[in-house]
Design a protein. Sequence first.
Length: 276
Amino acid sequence: MMSSLDAVLAQYEKNQSGDGLSQEEKMKKYFACILPQNSSTGQKRVRILPTTDGSSPFKEVYYHELQVGGKWVKLFDPGKNDNERSPLNELYEELRATGKESDKELAKQYNSRKFYIVKVIDRDAEEEGVKFWRFKHNYKNDGILDKIIPIWRQKGDITDPKKGRDLIIEMRKEKSNTGKEYTAIQTIMHDDPSSLHSDAQIQKEWLADELTWGDVYSKKPIEYLEAISRGETPKWDPNQNKYVYGNSTEAETSMGGAPAYEDPQVNAEPDEDLPF
């Protein structure tokens, strides 16, 4: 277990380095079940890490999924997550309050959805250390968590460092109603009981790692969300080191000018789901 001295020094070093993880470092901390373009099936192996306080490793976080500047993005909901003001939730309520069916239909796109974020070790990239896996809650009880819980019930605590179990994720390419291909998780199986790592020092480092999902997934400023609610397109200005707002369809929608990503499966399981 990390001592108070170690924790203070680690915190100081992190603050001295500026904004924490770089975009490149964040990408290495992100676990996603995505098949390569030329693969129709595939498999991933992952180990869920235990929490230090014995709480559930599945953290519930709400995100809006919207098109910004022609790109699908996930926006942290400050209302449902932190009980703070949320311009997009305000717009959702305003549209529903008009009583018009067309406005109620339009409001749906501004309603945030529940996701789970869990801390894991990617067995195919152990050298990259701890990662975070974000996936949607499925209201039909057919989602990723619904596939994991039966294993937990049958086999006990699969996060146990000494006798937990790796999860084996079977994936397959499918097509949406619009004809776009995406990666679907078909089944999640379990491996035999095993220690988290055969090297005690590596295992200790993984368990003591204090990185949180908040260090990896960005939260946009309130001004950004206000601009989206007004129908504007935020643009990152590297010269001013801040967002500027307007109606340009050529705006960069990612922090620091990093390339925005397109999520073609906002209404299904995304086949690309980047942490910014």
